[in-house]
Design a protein around this ligand. Structure first.
Ligand SMILES: *Cc1c(COP(=O)(O)O)cnc(C)c1O
Length: 434
């Protein structure tokens, strides 16, 4: 049997161990130090550059470094969302507008603060926050609550940029800060500028399965030195400068360790390669699947969008028949799909009131049997039982996409031959009725 093909496996450059060894040799085995500082500089250099695009051809015509954002490294992307919300002044009883079609780490930190997430549905082009619904929600929340929402969180789902030009125009008009959740979109650009640098704050994640990894970790892109210092202060228990521990605010233990940052420095040397590889894999899927009726790859909707294609995603026409789909959802799942860590609650039912179509589940199972990890799209937060009481502004798009979509492997270990194998498995499992 061939080795299992995973969605996105961490891939080391080989330089990580040198930076870690240096940390041990100099006894910087703590949540700060030279690797953390150097990793932050590397990240700043990366996100502050702007790639000039020829508007007619979409070709790259030059690079410059016009931005001056500051980056603070943290223990997780989730911590970055949490601290960005605090820095935007979010408190108990406030509301925050957040994309519904996302991983829970975009919205859970809102609840940590006793605030309420207000979910915004997606538009069909990018699959991300619908600017029209965003504006409708702002107006309606002001009318219903008498208060403005405290922040807006668009999410680069699977790396795809959101319509940040329109989102920023609306946010600026209502004077509401934007926290870009670019956890899946590190290296993605809109009009030649890195995601995470348009809004007040930008969230990055270096979890084990993201574009680059520090084993676990994240960062917050901040507008300036002063805001970066405030985030750093919150991330290190909000200590006041006295010779003894003096606390006037509540802080958190969210700083990145110098060991993890060493991994990050090594990973920065392969980031560009990773991004090109993900884009190449996406192109190959598009090429090999272009004549397969009923399956559509999700690509950049317009020239200003430049996704890193962290995961490659496809949608299945509901009329497409997949072999064995009559057996989908017949069994209760007892472990985590794909072996995700920490799933200790067994499912109690084999179905829920909102789940991918039978053909999608049948294709996932067929790929799994062929030793390929595939996953449904993220289930929208407004359909999650834990958020049943949260306000939501909906157009049906994210729920529709969740029912027809599937994530396909895209990481550095996915070779051309693997993509061909995966596409062959997909084609073999289409039930043509013959
Ligand atoms: C992974 C992820 C995060 C959080 O990152 P962690 O580093 O895992 O805490 C936040 N938002 C989205 C959309 C993500 O996919």
């Amino acid at each position: 049997m061939r080795d299992r093909i995973y969605l996105c496996l961490a891939h080391m450059s080989g330089k990580e161990q040198d930076f870690i060894k240096e940390a041990f040799d100099t006894n910087w085995v703590v949540p700060m130090g030279p690797n953390v500082n150097a990793f932050e500089k590397d990240l700043e250099n990366f996100v502050n550059k702007r790639v000039e695009i020829n508007p007619e051809t979409g070709a790259t015509v030059g690079e410059e470094n016009p931005l001056d954002k500051k980056v603070v490294c943290l223990s997780a992307g989730t911590a970055a969302v949490h601290l960005a919300l605090i820095a935007c002044g979010v408190k108990a009883g406030d509301e925050v507008l957040v994309q519904s079609f996302t991983f829970c780490a975009s919205s859970h930190p809102i609840t940590y603060l006793g605030a309420t997430p207000v979910f915004i549905d997606s538009e069909r082009e990018s699959w991300n926050m619908d600017p029209d619904l965003l504006e409708e929600a702002i107006k309606d929340r002001i009318e219903k609550t008498g208060k403005k929402p405290k922040a807006i969180i668009p999410v680069a789902l699977y790396g795809m940029p959101y319509k940040i030009d329109r989102i920023m125009e609306i946010a600026n008009r209502y004077d509401i800060p934007v926290i870009e959740d670019g956890a899946e979109g590190f290296g993605s650009m809109f009009n030649g500028q890195s995601l995470g640098t348009f809004g007040e704050y930008g969230v990055l994640s270096f979890n084990g399965n993201k574009m680059i990894t520090t084993s676990g970790g994240g960062a917050l892109i901040c507008p300036d030195e002063e805001k970066a210092k405030e985030i750093l202060w919150y991330a290190t228990q909000a200590r006041e400068s006295y010779p003894y521990y003096q606390h006037e605010s509540i802080g958190y233990n969210y700083r990145m360790s110098n060991i993890c940052a060493g991994i990050g420095r090594g990973q920065m040397t392969v980031l560009d390669d990773h991004i090109s590889h993900h884009k190449h894999v996406q192109e190959l899927y598009c090429e090999l699947l272009k004549d397969v009726e009923g399956i559509t790859m999700h690509g950049n909707p317009a020239p200003e969008f430049d996704s890193n294609f962290w995961l490659c995603t496809a949608t299945l026409d509901p009329s497409l028949k997949i072999k064995g789909q009559e057996n989908a959802y017949k069994q209760v799942i007892t472990g985590a799909v794909g072996g995700a860590a920490g799933v200790t609650h067994a499912a109690t039912t084999s179905v829920t009131d909102c789940q991918p179509n039978d053909n999608v589940e049948a294709l996932r199972m067929a790929l799994d049997a062929a030793n390929v990890e595939a996953r449904p799209l993220w289930k929208p937060m407004h359909k999650q039982p834990v958020y049943r009481d949260a306000p939501a502004y909906l157009n049906g798009v994210s729920e529709d996409l969740f029912k027809v979509g599937i994530c396909l492997p895209a990481g550095p270990y996915v070779k051309e031959e693997d993509v061909r194998y995966i596409v062959d498995i997909i084609k073999e499992n289409i039930d043509t009725g013959k």
